[in-house]
Ligand binder design. Structure first.
Ligand SMILES: Cc1cc2nc3c(=O)[nH]c(=O)nc-3n(C[C@H](O)[C@H](O)[C@H](O)COP(=O)(O)O)c2cc1C
Length: 327
């Protein structure tokens, strides 16, 4: 059987040299909210044999900042600092995508108004969030668009819109946190994905047809009353119709793990329905430790690309080793 792990993968207009992706993981290594030398060095080392690097989440506006040393892609950020990062990763032969995010109800402080889909207090937050007005929605869309345009100017090969792990867009997708009754309501799939689709379309218009636009889709909350596996095909279809080129699967409000699961690819039950529904590449992350784990998931058809998070965080040479020993 042909090995898939080192098979190149076309992604829109770029060619990934293999099927290994480093998923976004916050390092808290920024200085003044832009890449520091240490952060650039960290990514350069991990890019050596990896196909795709998705850089840790960057906030699109200050009130959506998730942690003290999170990177910024908000308006007016120092593009040159990011250019050093994209150049470093490209010099190693990997592609690089920026993940852009708004924390919503999970903002790390309340100096600015904390906003969300609804008037909620998110379970891991100290603050009460206010439901976004239609004016807020217009403004936040512009922030995502602006972040995407700046990512392109900084040399990223694409941009990934974060809608997982309980952050703002996930708060719109989940019926547990979206209690709205307007066009962005939490009762219908159209309402739950409207903001996503409007952002994807607006980003696409701003960055052009040839630029990679991805979504990190927290596809199931694994919580009573939360988002369900059966809903995945419809959501995925809507995202692709709106213009995404890559669907990066993870969990929803419950985060990037599944309680009690330890098998590699614990979200494979979420990535499979996406693969069966749409034609864009699908990325699956969670629990992969070895090259054999990754190769097995590719052979099963669970995804087109495999994300390796904590194992790569700990071992900068993970991809090189995995390609030697994938079996
Ligand atoms: C320290 C840390 C930071 C993370 N930061 C992000 C992030 O910025 N954006 C995101 O979408 N996921 C983030 N994640 C989730 C990872 O991308 C990944 O889904 C998770 O680690 C599971 O994959 P693994 O088992 O291979 O580590 C983070 C995970 C860790 C451990």
């Amino acid at each position: 059987m042909d090995r898939l792990l080192d098979k190149p993968l076309p992604l829109k207009t770029i060619m990934l040299r293999n099927r290994i992706a480093m998923p976004p993981m916050a390092t808290e290594l920024s200085v003044n909210d832009v890449p520091s030398d240490a952060l650039i060095d960290y990514y350069r080392k991990r890019a050596k044999a990896t196909g795709l690097i998705i850089v840790e989440h960057e906030y699109v506006s200050l009130e959506g900042k998730a942690s003290p040393r999170q990177l910024s892609m908000a308006e007016g950020v120092d593009i040159a600092a990011y250019r050093r990062l994209t150049d470093a990763v490209h010099s190693q032969g990997a592609a690089i995508i920026a993940q852009v995010n708004h924390a919503g109800a999970d903002a790390f402080d309340d100096k600015l108004p904390v906003i969300s889909a609804s008037d909620i207090r998110f379970w891991r937050s100290a603050f009460q969030a206010k439901a976004m007005t239609l004016g807020d929605i217009v403004r936040i869309k512009e922030c995502f668009v602006n972040a995407a345009v700046q990512s392109k100017a900084a040399g990223f090969d694409g941009v990934e819109i974060h809608s997982a792990h309980g952050y703002l867009l996930n708060q719109f997708y989940s019926p547990l946190t979206n209690l709205r009754t307007d066009d962005y309501n939490g009762k219908t799939m159209e309402g739950r994905t409207r903001l996503h689709c409007e952002i994807i379309q607006a980003v696409r218009e701003a960055v052009g047809q040839d630029y990679v636009v991805a979504i990190r889709f927290g596809a199931c909350d694994y919580m009573d009353g939360g988002s369900q596996i059966a809903e995945i095909p419809e959501a995925a279809r809507r995202f692709v119709d709106a213009g995404v080129d890559l669907i990066d699967i993870s969990g929803g409000l419950s985060g990037y793990m599944v309680r009690g699961a330890s098998q590699p690819g614990w979200f494979a039950e979420l990535s499979r329905p996406v693969k069966e529904t749409v034609n864009v590449p699908v990325l699956l992350t969670g629990g992969v430790q070895t090259g054999q784990d990754a190769e097995g998931l590719l052979q099963e058809g669970a995804a087109d690309l495999i994300g390796v998070g904590r194992a790569m965080m700990q071992d900068a040479d993970w991809s090189e080793r995995a390609l030697q020993h994938a079996g």
